[in-house]
Design a protein around this ligand. Structure first.
Ligand code: FMN
Length: 248
């Protein structure tokens, strides 16, 4: 028994021991952001409409070679009694009607959204030191729109939507690969197109606030928030969005 206890085993025991007993201090991890000359102010906004501003930042992120998926965003939802959860999803459409992503309607996020239709989204475009936060009400995308998007996807992705009973506990990977192989044989050649899965479709986050954040090396970051007009005075103004600067 002792003979089997070589250095590798010892290392792994020590590692498990240390991670269980003490935290690893990474307080020294720190990257520079933007210089003082490169700030983001109200005068830099392209419009008083946050969707125009989002378009400019999103297109700059998409054009940046160091950003592989500018449309990757963190989606936060919560149960009806307020327990939060977050995961990454891909933005598939944006504009004044909202921010759209697609998923399985029986997944954990869908259960949470159906019982508590509010969500928050966060984009972080690290090379640009920019982040966007979106908060709002959520509704399902009309079925015809989800169907049109589903049909535009590659067959392998369409199969993926049928294969996964998303968020459910499964015994092993073969549950997925066997179903995938069966569907691939039947549909890959598109002789028989895949039907649209009724358990799958889009959600749209209709923002009530959108915040644009740009990081500064000295941590005096820039935060400009657009929020829908709330008070009677705000509503009486011609602009439908109130623009505010927030402390970093
Ligand atoms: C970059 C990235 C993009 C993703 N995009 C999607 C997506 O568009 N839709 C989706 O359902 N899951 C997507 N996922 C997987 C989700 O993060 C998550 O694992 C899955 O949706 C199950 O989440 P839930 O159990 O909270 O419902 C993505 C994951 C990553 C890392």
């Amino acid at each position: 028994m002792l003979a089997k206890f070589n250095n590798k085993n010892l290392l792994s025991v020590c590692f498990r021991f240390s991670t269980r007993t003490m935290s690893i201090d990474i307080g020294g991890m720190r990257k520079p952001y933007n210089d003082k000359e490169n700030t983001f102010d109200v005068k830099d906004l392209v419009s008083k409409n946050p969707f125009d501003q989002f378009k400019v930042w999103f297109e700059e992120a998409t054009a940046n070679d160091k950003i592989e998926e500018a449309n990757a965003m963190c989606l936060a939802t919560a149960t009806a009694d307020g327990f939060p959860s977050a995961r990454m999803v891909l933005l598939k459409k944006y504009g004044p009607e909202g921010f759209t992503f697609y998923t399985n309607y029986t997944s954990r996020k869908a259960e949470e959204l159906d019982s508590n239709p509010r969500a928050a989204l966060v984009f972080y475009w690290e090379p640009l030191k920019r982040s966007v936060r979106v908060e709002g009400q959520v509704s399902r995308v009309p079925m015809e729109e989800s169907k049109a998007y589903f049909e535009s996807r590659p067959v392998s992705s369409q199969i993926g939507a049928w294969v996964s009973d998303q968020s459910k506990v499964i015994p092993d990977r073969t549950v997925l690969t066997e179903k995938e192989a069966e569907l691939t044989t039947k549909h890959q050649d598109k002789v028989e197109p895949l039907p649209f899965p009724n358990h799958w479709g889009g959600y749209r986050v209709v923002p009530r606030s959108i915040e644009f954040w740009q990081g500064q090396s000295n941590r005096i970051h820039d935060r400009l928030r657009f929020r829908v007009a709330e008070t009677e005075e705000e509503k009486s103004n011609k602009e439908s969005w109130v623009i505010e600067r927030l402390a970093p």
